[in-house]
Design a binder for this molecule. Structure first.
Ligand SMILES: *[C@@H]1O[C@H](CO)[C@@H](O)[C@H](O)[C@H]1NC(C)=O
Ligand SMILES: *[C@@H]1O[C@H](CO)[C@@H](O)[C@H](O)[C@H]1NC(C)=O
Ligand SMILES: *[C@@H]1O[C@H](CO)[C@@H](O)[C@H](O)[C@H]1NC(C)=O
Ligand SMILES: *[C@@H]1O[C@H](CO)[C@@H](O)[C@H](O)[C@H]1NC(C)=O
Ligand SMILES: *[C@@H]1O[C@H](CO)[C@@H](O)[C@H](O)[C@H]1NC(C)=O
Ligand SMILES: *[C@@H]1O[C@H](CO)[C@@H](O)[C@H](O)[C@H]1NC(C)=O
Length: 724
């Protein structure tokens, strides 16, 4: 009961002067002081002492040990190896005296059964030497995982269509809409072609969709050495770059969650879509595809003739000259996948809140990996376990959080955020009425440089927490100091993309969320070379970055769980909305759209935010001057307004054409699932109106502006806590 101690002390010092005048009082005072000291020695430490203790428990050896254990074998969702990894996580949580359990779902996954890719330099029926690619990632010199290399899944694109197809090869740069538009302008017809695109700019599912929409029969996507070769530092194991045979695998699913249960949870015996219903809704790209290595990509490019591609479509040093095709190089591609209901496991640990057990702060990370997954996601899992163990130690010192903390370890994120999405869908109303915040870490570390993404009411808390954590790369400064010295265009990014497990929490339910990482894109991403050796050599040689992530992640959780008033800042949310509005307004400059309703609603939000801040300050003041105890119901009522304001940004109808996404401020852009834009509904409508340029299409933009404005007004009302 640390809060009681503080109150007693305060009340005591306020009256101390009067009491000390009489000797009797002095005796009384001594007695009280003795009692207090006795109480302090047997009572648990204060919340802020606990938070400092949490930071002092940091230990790079723990994170390194967990990472080594988690990356011993490849652990793809639905496999025995990943079930074993779940058992490991469960055991670590339990051994930290945290009540832990797992929840299973049967979900629709697919695995590769048969793949082949054959290249001939001439179109049939011309005879020519053929090259059948072996599509194998090679073991490297000294590879400690050579014994389990056969357990690495054959390279594939999850949910690509099964089939055998053939056509002339054509080159499409990064596979963006503008790349296919450029091909059209150049008169290159990719209908019936097998399109070769490179990774690096947009989500692979969108590359394949664009290829299919352009008429391609199939697609091949490679990691160009120019983008993934490690720059001047060389290829793994000498440098961090992708080896010549390295392949980036991954999902092509453009929605989230189990495809057989769109919008509801995959519970036992539940309603499920048939294969036909899934196909009709566009599961996967609708064409066969394969990811290939830089070496295979270059071999294909050597056989493509026709116009020379533009400079910014070319490869790096030593690469052949890239041409557009199609042909004469000719590709035969076969992919057969096994689509199956597989069992996945989410693992949880719960630290029950002492005063508000029905308010939840959630920390989450996924466990399933395409291969060994040292960066993605086991660095995050190792950090999560490090946080959990530190919480366990704090409990032994007598700490109990005010609110409940839930530690979540998701499965099948790689296929399409499936584990987290099914759980959020199953518990939607509980989360909507009780969740305070969701704090995600996917990859914790891929290199130097801290990056954070958040809903804006959490910006200030993130900054404050980063001032308490040491910079892992320079012990004479804080994480905050190195962070602000970085060159990111804005310090804290937003969560518009659907890149990780925060999507269901924020974009479906409207729970304030955070995502954090050290580093960013890294060359061996989703390949066999994302292993412990790579991490130790290039990602985090001393494991200090893992520790720093665990520290800030846990500290933010502790403050959200322990502080009497939720540390949410809606004034900064309103300022951020104003900035974002300016961007969409500039985008539609000179068009028949007014953003005045949105600006007006943001003003209302700013007023409401200032008002609730003042109400909290007044309560604090009254407490200091006269009250023994704040009215707990009043505190709760203010906190509920802070908690529920984010929910008001969601709309029952969701984004147009993508109704699962309910949040009108943060959601993925229509053409790049990784892209992060504010006001996705306005953005999509503007894009469309720009190409159609009809008055109807501009009216629709206006409608989207009104919708967002109404949501912001609702949030202001929630913050005010008053009916109109
Ligand atoms: C593109 O190629 C396909 C298949 O060869 C053909 O049917 C189509 O007419 C071509 N389109 C144009 C615009 O040339
Ligand atoms: C590739 O496909 C073409 C056209 O379908 C076919 O004529 C040829 O025999 C195939 N080549 C191989 C090696 O499978
Ligand atoms: C497809 O997956 C199921 C379930 O995992 C398995 O039982 C079956 O053997 C697989 N089929 C093939 C052809 O690999
Ligand atoms: C480490 O941080 C200190 C204090 O900010 C700074 O003066 C120094 O240049 C930094 N060292 C390196 C190697 O960046
Ligand atoms: C920021 O950019 C400048 C110029 O491009 C560069 O010299 C500096 O090293 C960068 N700083 C960080 C922290 O990346
Ligand atoms: C932990 O950090 C220390 C230096 O602070 C270093 O000597 C040690 O090797 C690190 N441990 C691991 C496992 O990297």
């Amino acid at each position: 009961m640390p809060r009681l101690v503080e109150k007693t002390l305060l009340t005591h010092s306020a009256t101390a002067a009067a009491i000390t005048r009489s000797a009797t009082a002095r005796v009384l005072l001594t007695a009280i002081t003795t009692l207090l000291i006795l109480y302090l020695t047997i009572s648990p430490p204060s919340k802020s002492t606990c938070h400092s203790l949490f930071l002092s428990f940091s230990d790079n050896a723990t994170a390194a040990r967990h990472l080594l254990a988690l990356t011993r074998r490849p652990h793809v969702a639905g496999t025995a190896a990943n079930a074993a990894a779940a058992a490991y996580v469960l055991a670590v949580l339990s051994s930290s005296s945290l009540p832990a359990y797992s929840v299973s779902y049967d979900v629709f996954l697919n695995y590769p059964i048969r793949r082949s890719l054959i290249l001939s330099p001439f179109p049939p029926p011309l005879p020519g030497p053929i090259l059948a690619f072996d599509l194998v990632q090679e073991i490297y010199p000294g590879d400690p995982y050579a014994d389990v290399a056969a357990e690495v899944l054959p390279t594939f694109h999850a949910y690509a269509s099964s089939g055998a197809t053939a056509g002339p090869a054509a080159y499409a740069n990064y596979g963006r809409l503008e790349d296919f538009a450029a091909l059209r302008v150049a008169g290159v017809n990719v209908t019936g072609a097998v399109v070769l695109a490179r990774y690096g700019e947009i989500f692979r599912g969108d590359i394949l969709k664009n290829a299919k929409d352009a008429g391609a029969a199939a697609a091949v996507v490679f990691t160009d050495a120019k983008d993934y070769g490690g720059g001047g530092r060389g290829r793994f194991p000498e440098g961090p770059g992708m080896p010549a045979s390295g392949v980036q695998v991954g999902t092509t699913y453009r929605a989230v969650g189990d495809p057989t249960t769109p919008g509801w949870a995959s519970t036992s015996g539940c309603e499920r879509w048939s294969a036909a219903e899934m196909a009709a809704s566009g599961l996967g790209p609708g064409i066969p595809s394969l990811p290939v290595s830089a070496r295979d990509g270059e071999a294909i490019l050597r056989t493509i003739g026709g116009q020379v591609a533009a400079d910014d479509w070319q490869g790096g040093e030593g690469a052949p000259l890239y041409r557009l095709g199609p042909g004469p190089g000719f590709l035969n591609l076969t992919f057969i996948g096994n689509e199956t209901l597989a069992t996945i496991q989410n693992v949880f640990a719960v630290i029950e809140g002492e005063e508000e057990p029905d308010r939840y702060v959630l920390l989450g990370n996924h466990r399933d990996a395409w291969t060994f997954g040292a960066v993605d996601p086991s660095s995050g899992t190792a950090a999560l376990l490090e946080v959990a163990q530190r919480f366990g130690k704090l409990q032994k010192k007598g700490w109990r959080p005010r609110r409940t903390i839930i530690i979540c370890n998701w499965d099948a994120e790689e296929y399409g955020l499936i584990g987290s999405t099914e759980w959020v869908e199953e518990n939607r109303e509980m989360l909507a009425s009780r969740a305070v915040a969701y704090l995600n870490v996917d990859c914790a570390v891929s290199g130097p440089g801290f990056q954070a993404f958040a809903t804006p009411q959490l910006d200030e808390l993130l900054k404050q927490a980063s001032k308490k954590v040491q910079d892992p790369d320079n012990s004479s400064q804080t994480l905050y100091e190195s962070w602000i010295a970085s060159n990111y265009s804005s310090l804290i990014g937003r969560l518009g993309g659907r890149g990780s497990d925060y999507a269901a929490f924020l974009q479906h339910v409207g729970v304030p969320s955070v995502d954090m990482i050290f580093g960013g894109g890294y060359p061996v991403y989703h390949s066999m070379y994302d292993d412990f050796v790579w991490m130790e050599k290039f990602g985090d040689p001393m494991f200090h970055r893992h520790v720093a992530v665990a520290s800030i992640w846990g500290l933010v959780a502790l403050r959200l769980a322990d502080e009497e008033f939720l540390p949410f800042d809606y004034i900064s949310y309103a300022s951020e909305l104003q900035r974002s509005t300016k961007i969409v307004e500039d985008d539609a400059l000179g068009m028949p759209v007014t953003f005045a309703p949105l600006y007006k609603s943001i003003e209302e939000l700013k007023k409401a935010a200032t008002k609730i801040d003042n109400q909290i300050k007044a309560l604090e003041r009254n407490f200091l001057s006269l009250n023994w105890r704040k009215d707990p119901l009043k505190v709760r009522e203010l906190n509920d307004r802070l908690m529920m304001a984010e929910r008001a940004f969601t709309d029952r109808d969701g984004l147009f054409g993508r109704e699962w996404y309910k949040h009108l401020i943060y959601g993925p852009s229509m053409h790049d699932g990784y892209g992060s834009k504010s006001f996705p509904g306005i953005d999509d409508a503007t894009e469309k109106a720009k190409s159609l340029n009809t008055s109807d299409s501009w009216s629709f933009v206006q409608h989207e502006v009104w919708r967002v404005a109404r949501a912001v007004t609702q949030a202001a009302l929630v913050l005010n806590g008053k009916f109109t």
